[in-house]
Design a protein around this ligand. Structure first.
Ligand SMILES: Cc1cc2nc3c(=O)[nH]c(=O)nc-3n(C[C@H](O)[C@H](O)[C@H](O)COP(=O)(O)O)c2cc1C
Length: 222
């Protein structure tokens, strides 16, 4: 990696502009919801690729960029992924999940049937690279992989929301079948399966409230 440095500048906003723009961006992001029923209509894949480019600008431990995004529209592949996911989820809902977990999931009305994997026009399956490529010296490490990939996914969800697409952060567990289905190399582990698309006509989402600022922000000023 380069040890050279280059000048870096950003436009400087007034304090008033900063407050107004941050509030407007909050209002925009506050309309993001996880959607579980998708319209089958196709989506512009070039726009999705741009969102993935945005995700890939995320900071990462030692700039290792330890992520791979698989963009899947192939119906046969989605069918295969759905079948494998439903087999794992059946085991989760029928024994592997604790009573508390099942109780916590009740408000979302979820079960082991996952039609969104086939109904959504595309999946973005995100893989984390648990170590870097292997060379003569052996495995080269990656650092803070979960943190790095989590930040990248946050930026991906934000970018998708900005262009009016909805997404579901789906975590079938265990997720090993995704690496196999998508032919990923040994250093990659599935991180999230993210069906994306337009929301289905008339779709509803669970009523939920977000924690107020006072519950999530602790300030210390000297
Ligand atoms: C790491 C992670 C895993 C999740 N896994 C699932 C999942 O497997 N199935 C699902 O229906 N929703 C899943 N969700 C979505 C959450 O239920 C949802 O984000 C939460 O209820 C808040 O709703 P909102 O996204 O509409 O604000 C997951 C979310 C996150 C961040």
């Amino acid at each position: 990696m380069s040890e050279r440095f280059e000048p870096y500048r950003l436009p400087r906003l007034s304090d008033e502009e900063m407050v107004a723009q941050s509030r407007a961006f909050f209002d925009e992001m506050n309309t993001r919801r996880s959607v579980r029923v998708f319209s089958p209509e196709p989506i512009p894949l070039e726009a999705v690729r741009n969102c993935i480019d945005t995700a890939s600008t995320a900071p990462s431990g030692a700039h290792k960029q330890p992520w791979t995004f698989c963009l899947v529209t192939d119906p046969a592949l989605r069918k295969k992924i759905r079948k494998a996911a439903e087999e794992e989820e059946f085991k989760n809902y029928h024994g592997r999940m604790s009573e508390v977990w099942l109780e916590d999931l009740k408000p979302f009305g979820t079960d082991h049937i996952k039609p969104f994997i086939e109904d959504a026009p595309a999946l973005i399956v995100v893989f984390k690279q648990v170590h870097d490529t292997v060379d003569d010296t052996g495995k080269k490490p990656n650092y803070y992989v979960n943190e790095s990939v989590g930040i990248a996914v946050g930026m991906l969800l934000t970018a998708l929301h900005r262009i009016g697409l909805v997404a579901l952060t789906h975590t079938p567990s265990p997720m090993g079948f995704l690496a196999e289905a998508l032919g990923r190399p040994d250093n990659e582990r599935a991180f999230l399966n993210i069906p994306i698309g337009f929301p289905a006509e008339g779709v509803e989402v669970p009523v939920l409230s977000r924690k107020p600022r006072a519950d999530v922000l602790v300030e210390h000023h000297g």
